[in-house]
Design a binder for this molecule. Structure first.
Ligand SMILES: Nc1ncnc2c1ncn2[C@@H]1O[C@H](COP(=O)(O)OP(=O)(O)O)[C@@H](O)[C@H]1O
Ligand SMILES: [Mg+2]
Length: 376
């Protein structure tokens, strides 16, 4: 059987791996009160199982999946906000586990999160100046000198295009628009001097009309600062627009990945195809006119079957109960990653472009024949 290696392609400027997860797993124990319903077992929510992910310098990697698929848990594990049940996280190749304290501060200086709701992530009683100054000081990015701090603050605001700085620096969060607040949250993340940004649905709470501006800002920052960005979204159309690579997650497992163009234009996994078919209009991100909220129209739970239980996840491929192409093997064995070169004819090349893969038995040489034509 041909499976893809999960390890990085040879080191080189464009493919320099900043952060890497392997076999990342998180099971949340079900609260004791609810355990009565599960006599004898120690039930757990299998939120993330056996996830592999690479974040490269100067690249945006999208992590796409419907609500509840484990995306935020992956981000929080990578940020070391949760202890993990299993697996490894490597920062520049070095296995890293931190729990609070100085080591956490050092780690979070390299790996910063941006949350969905900038209003919740900024403290309403503090100004922009306070938020940014505190972040600079916590991460030892400025000394006590006033002029030095002022210059660093102006630089941060300029980076997120809030200029002139004096217009914003003494504002409270409620005096800013949603987009401006998210820019402040991004500036605060940059104050740490990070190499990786984990952006968990950074635009989904914002007005449709300003989403593109924030994504373009993140892309500019990626280019100027050579950042590795994880872009979490349930909107696969925005992944095509914004991300170099895309990985698709379903019920706690990665099901497909590769360069964004291949994954979004020639999706291989039946789940990815379902995601794309349920997304109403691929150009809606660019079409900034108001109207229907794309979040709601992109909801997948209508007419596509039930999302898998994460307490008793389906055996084999977790998508098999919803899959129109399910075969015998799909119910019995977890599919490994298979290259889908036949679909895209784009393997990993010298430039480090990721191979297109799917964790789906349809792409196994031994089983492809069992579902006639399904993968064609
Ligand atoms: N702190 C937690 N305790 C228990 N279950 C959790 C916790 N956080 C997330 N979960 C569960 O893990 C699963 C994945 O959640 P999440 O990572 O938030 O998904 P997503 O971000 O893709 O919507 C969900 O079933 C969710 O209910
Ligand atoms: Mg989430």
């Amino acid at each position: 059987m041909t499976t893809l290696s999960e390890t990085a392609s040879p080191a080189g400027g464009a493919t320099d791996v900043v952060l890497e997860a392997e076999e990342l797993t998180k099971h949340f124990p079900v609260r004791r009160r609810l355990r009565a319903a599960f006599s004898g077992e120690r039930p757990a929510v299998h939120a993330v199982d056996d996830v592999a992910l690479l974040l490269r310098r100067g690249r945006v990697t999208a992590l796409v999946g419907e609500s509840g698929s484990g995306k935020s848990t992956v981000a929080r594990l990578l940020a070391q906000l949760y202890p993990r049940t299993g697996g490894a996280i490597r920062l520049h190749g070095a296995e890293t586990t931190v729990r609070g304290g100085r080591r956490f501060r050092a780690y979070s200086g390299k790996v910063q999160m941006i949350f969905q709701d900038p209003f919740a992530s900024l403290n309403p009683v503090h100004t922009v100046r306070y938020h940014l100054t505190r972040a600079l000081r916590v991460h030892d990015r400025v000394g006590r000198g006033r002029a030095e701090t002022e210059a660093a603050l102006a630089d941060l605001l300029a980076k997120v295009q809030l200029t002139p700085p004096q217009r914003y620096i003494d504002k409270f969060p409620h005096e800013l628009s949603g987009g401006q607040r998210q820019r402040v949250a991004i500036a605060r993340a940059l104050a740490a001097g990070p190499e990786a940004l984990l952006a968990d649905e950074p635009v989904s709470m914002l007005d449709v009309s300003i989403r593109l501006g924030i994504l373009n800002l993140l892309r500019d920052l990626k280019e100027q600062m050579d950042l590795a960005i994880l872009y979490i979204t349930h909107d696969i159309a925005s992944a095509r627009y914004f991300a170099d690579e895309t990985q698709v997650m379903y019920a706690g497992r990665m099901v497909e990945g590769g360069d964004s163009e291949s994954v979004t234009q020639q999706p291989a996994h039946p789940y990815t195809r379902l995601l794309i078919d349920s997304a109403p209009d691929p150009d809606r991100l660019a079409a900034q006119a108001g109207g229907a909220d794309p979040d709601q129209s992109a909801s997948l739970d209508e007419g596509t079957g039930e999302v898998a239980s994460l307490i008793h996840p389906p055996s084999g491929c977790r998508f098999h109960p919803r899959c129109p192409h399910a075969m015998q093997v799909c119910t019995a064995q977890v599919p490994p990653r298979f290259e889908v070169a036949g679909v895209t004819s784009r393997g990993a090349d010298e430039s480090g472009r990721p191979a297109h893969w799917a964790a789906c038995w349809l792409y196994s040489p031994e089983h492809a024949g069992d579902a006639a034509g399904a993968a064609a």
